[in-house]
Structure formats: C-alpha cells, structure tokens
Design a binder for this molecule. Structure first.
Ligand code: 5AD
Ligand code: SF4
Length: 339
C-alpha cells in the first residue's frame, strides 16, 4: 500500500471504511497468526524519569507525582507470583530511572531468566547500546521503545531531551542485537498530521518492528500541554482512527504482535479495547504492579486499576468469554522459536 492510499483511508469519516478495514484486518490476523491472544504481565517498576516528554505525567517536570522505585527483591517476588499462576511474558517497564544501573538490571534479568520459565520484556527507555547488549545476553528477549511520532519537527517539540535519529538508531540496534523489538505511536497528539501517521505505519514495516502498540494520546493536566491544544485530527475522529491504525498495522506488517493498548482502554473503555482486538490486535497487557505502587504510575489520569495479580485460569476464562478466542500457551514471540 502506498502512503497516499493510507492517508485517504485515515482521513475519511465514513464509518463503513472503518468497518471494512477492521474486518479485513481480522481476517488477515486469523490467517497469518491465528486466533490466539497473547497475555503479558506488565510490571511498572519505577516512576522516576530523567526526561521531560511534554505529554507524559512521569516527566521530571511533574512535581505533584509521588515517586516510587521497587526494590529488586520485590520485583522478583511479583514475577515469581506471575510465573506460578501461568504468565508467559513479563514486561518490566519504567521511566528513565538511572538509579537502576546497568548492573542492577543485568542481575535482575539473569535471576529471572534462571529461575522462571517466562520471557522477559524490558521497556526502560533510552540507554547506551552496550546496556541493551548486556541485558540481551543476560536473557531479555523483548524490548519496547516507541518512536511516538515519525514527524521529526513534532518529535523535537515534544521531546526537549531526545532526538528522533537516536530513537531510530536504537530501534535498529535492538533488532540487530536479536531482540523482538517493539515500537508504537500516540494518536491525536497536538500538531500531529494524518500524513505523519501514514509515515509511522510505513516506518514500522521499514524497520521490521515485531510489536506495534498504538493508542490515543490522553490529555494530562499535570503536563505542559494545554487541554485544548490545537489538533488537526478532530477529537471525535480519534476512536475510529485508533481502529483504522490498528487494522492498517495488521494489514501492512502482516505477522506482527499487536496489543490492544491500555491507553485505548482508558480512553474508550472495555468496548474500545475489544474493538481493537477485532481489528487485528492479538496481545493483551495486564498490569501486575502491586497495590502500594500501581496508582502512582500516572502517565495519564486513570481511575481504574487491577487488583494485583489475578489467577491465570480466571484470565483465560475471562478473555475467551469476551473475545471467543483462546489464550496462547506460548511465550508470544513474533517468531516463536527464535531464542
Ligand atoms: N497519553 C497516551 N499515552 C502516553 N504515553 C505517555 N504519555 C501519554 C499520554 N498523555 C505513552 C507513550 C510512551 C509511554 C510511556 O506512554 O507512548 O511511550
Ligand atoms: Fe519519561 Fe517515557 Fe514519560 Fe518520556 S514518555 S517522560 S521518557 S516515562
């Protein structure tokens, strides 16, 4: 598909186009990667961050946020509980918290890899190349680092302390190192154009990204972006846009892992999340962050939180009742036998 065609599909407000794209993506998903839904346990290990991305509540600019950092022992206990009940992937996610040194993360990954039968995914932001290599050698299989927007000028405005070229370099490096590599964007960012979203989708394909998470931008009053910042995508078009981007990601990148994102669920409730699962998505992320910390991971305002780690059999039952699809018993890698 050419950029022009993608733009046309994205800009139309014809709901029938959304429906046909969703249904085509659902068929492509069924044919290429089957019906299995892959479940990831999401552990938010720290909400400290050295960066100041304008849209994000964890940015260093936010003095209102109560900061926390889980201790390695507590991380291991949580992961043990997740492994025992049946999780096959855990994602350790956090702000760019340099108090977790290269060594601390390396030994954490080594120990998880040695003790538990699950895939380790990391999402800890930008680090020197060598950190990524060491964590891979220690046993990490997946790394997520969203490029957020492929519009270099918008990227620069939103990220006072990063640049787009570095992001792309890191994504290429992660792929070379052997990681299943994840990226993604936010949809509806102030200043974002539909043309740039078409570029984002084509960039996922060009970089051969393995996991693609796209959700709506959610306004956060504790950030420098004003509530009614000018946008070129109308507010009432965002929900359909998320569905169309999910569907196009599936149709264009074929056999990738595509989550129904937390941001989609936060903004458009359980129904919105289910819609993306019927538009090409095949991954669900469940927050397993323990109670004292979970409500402080406020990238954007949230009021719904999990009750800690749920019994995996209940999760399987719940998912199959809601989607009519089975939960995969595997690690949920794009190319399952890579590692
Ligand atoms: N709305 C939606 N998603 C956000 N993220 C950060 N801030 C927001 C927001 N206001 C997402 C970004 C980033 C991850 C930490 O959370 O995509 O990669
Ligand atoms: Fe930090 Fe990531 Fe939020 Fe940027 S988006 S402020 S790097 S947590």
């Amino acid at each position: 598909m050419e950029k022009n065609e993608i733009v046309q599909l994205l800009i139309t407000s014809d709901r029938n186009i959304t429906k046909s794209l969703a249904s085509l993506a659902d068929t492509v998903r069924h044919n290429l990667v089957g019906d299995d839904i892959h479940v990831r346990g999401l552990l938010n290990i720290s909400n400290y961050c050295r960066k100041n991305c304008l849209y994000c509540g964890l940015g260093n600019h936010n003095r209102k946020l109560k900061r926390y950092r889980m201790k390695p022992e507590e991380i291991l206990q949580t992961i043990e509980a997740a492994a025992i009940t049946g999780y096959k992937t855990v994602l350790l996610q956090g702000g760019e918290d340099m108090q977790y040194t290269t060594e601390i993360i390396t030994s954490l990954v080594e120990e998880i890899h040695r003790r538990f039968d699950l895939d380790i995914a990391l999402s800890l932001g930008e680090r020197p190349d060598d950190d990524y290599r060491r964590w891979f050698d220690a046993g990490a299989a997946k790394y997520l680092l969203k490029h957020e927007t492929s519009d270099p000028e918008l990227y620069r405005r939103l990220h006072p302390d990063s640049d787009f070229e570095t992001r792309i370099h890191i994504l290429r490096f992660l792929k070379q190192t052997g990681y299943e590599t994840g990226s993604g964007i936010m949809i509806g960012l102030p200043g974002q154009t539909v043309e740039s979203i078409a570029d984002d989708i084509l960039l996922f394909r060009e970089l051969d990204i393995d996991m693609i998470g796209c959700g709506p931008y959610i306004y956060n009053p504790d950030t420098p972006i004003p509530e009614y910042a000018e946008t070129s995508i109308p507010a009432d078009a965002i929900e359909d846009m998320v569905i169309k981007v999910t569907a196009l990601n599936r149709i264009i990148t074929r056999d990738t892992m595509i989550p129904a994102t937390t941001a989609t669920e936060t903004k458009f409730s359980a129904r919105g999340k289910l819609n993306t699962l019927h538009s090409g998505a095949n991954v669900i992320m469940l927050d397993i962050t323990p109670p004292p910390w979970k409500e402080h991971y406020r990238i954007y305002p949230r009021n719904k939180f999990n009750d800690g780690i749920r019994n995996y059999q209940d999760i399987i039952k719940d998912i199959s009742e809601k989607t009519g699809r089975p939960v995969s018993p595997q690690y949920g890698r794009r190319r399952e036998n890579n590692r």
